[in-house]
Design a protein around this ligand. Structure first.
Ligand code: FES
Length: 114
């Protein structure tokens, strides 16, 4: 089951009415390793995938944010996306990210088939 991974305080306009909500963070490696023979997520399109995720999240109005980071330590298997505090999606592509967003949207279990 896909679970929200972080809790944030969300304050309303007045700043006086606050409530705890959960927000899922999707961590996308955007590292580019420019040296010959070194694979990297950016060289495999991760920056475009991060843009895609942000647009899809906005379109679906999900309480989810994208965090871009430099290297998740699985360079050979990129592009890599991680659910904060959770599992990785290696060799990410738009179809697999759509499946993840579907699961976030419906609350169903996310089943990833690489
Ligand atoms: S370059 Fe993406 S995990 Fe290292």
């Amino acid at each position: 089951m896909l679970m929200p991974t972080s809790t944030v305080n969300r304050c309303m306009n007045s700043g006086q009415l606050c409530q705890n909500t959960t927000m899922t963070e999707l961590i996308v490696c955007i590292n580019l390793r420019p040296f010959a023979g070194q694979p990297s997520c950016a060289a495999r399109g991760s920056r475009d995938l991060a843009d895609y995720l942000e647009q899809a999240i906005a379109c679906r109005k999900l309480d989810t944010k994208v965090q871009r980071v430099v290297c998740l330590g699985h360079c050979q298997r990129g592009p890599n996306v991680r659910i904060a505090g959770g599992f990785f999606i290696h060799e990410a592509n738009t179809a697999r990210l759509d499946a993840l967003l579907d699961a976030l949207e419906t609350g169903d279990a996310f089943t990833d088939v690489p």
